[in-house]
Design a protein around this ligand. Structure first.
Ligand SMILES: [Cu+2]
Length: 147
């Protein structure tokens, strides 16, 4: 083994160890971006940016909210939270729903992933007397989210 090769091997090993220490996402994660909220009150669909997003770059998502029967819901109040479940930290920014772009379509601004790996995105939705939660799992790779 040449000197260079052994250096490369050592670097690769170190990289593997660092990745392992950060935690490998569970293999059975539901990565679906469309789901029924926990108690079945709403249908919720997340729309990621068309490209990427790149790590450490601020970007925008949209979320589509409708009744269980598929009718778009306007004027919902939508709270956002999330982070990396395996690391115990949240987003480096404070993403939030800023406006309703069109009927039942809400804009989430200020999203930024600071690391690769498993992130969750939690939406607390209130519409009239109905309140429910939807949690999405996202795996972020160096070239964007896994689709
Ligand atoms: Cu992390």
């Amino acid at each position: 083994m040449s000197h260079l090769t052994s250096l490369t091997t050592a670097a690769a090993l170190a990289g593997t160890l660092i990745l392992a220490a950060c935690g490998t996402p569970p293999t059975d994660l539901d990565l679906s971006l469309q789901q029924t909220s926990r108690q079945g009150k709403f249908m919720v669909g997340m729309v990621p940016p068309a490209n990427g997003p790149a790590i450490n770059q601020m970007h925008v998502w949209q979320v589509r909210i409708s009744t269980a029967g598929g009718l778009p819901i306007s004027n919902a109040r939508v709270g956002f939270d999330g982070g990396m479940p395996q690391h115990g930290h949240g987003f480096p920014t404070k993403p939030r729903v800023t406006r309703e772009a069109s009927q039942g379509v809400y804009v989430i601004e200020g999203v930024k992933f600071s690391m690769t790996g498993w992130w969750d995105m939690r939406l607390d939705i209130q519409s009239g007397d109905d309140a429910d939660t939807a949690i999405f799992n996202v795996i972020v790779d160096n070239d964007g989210i896994r689709r």
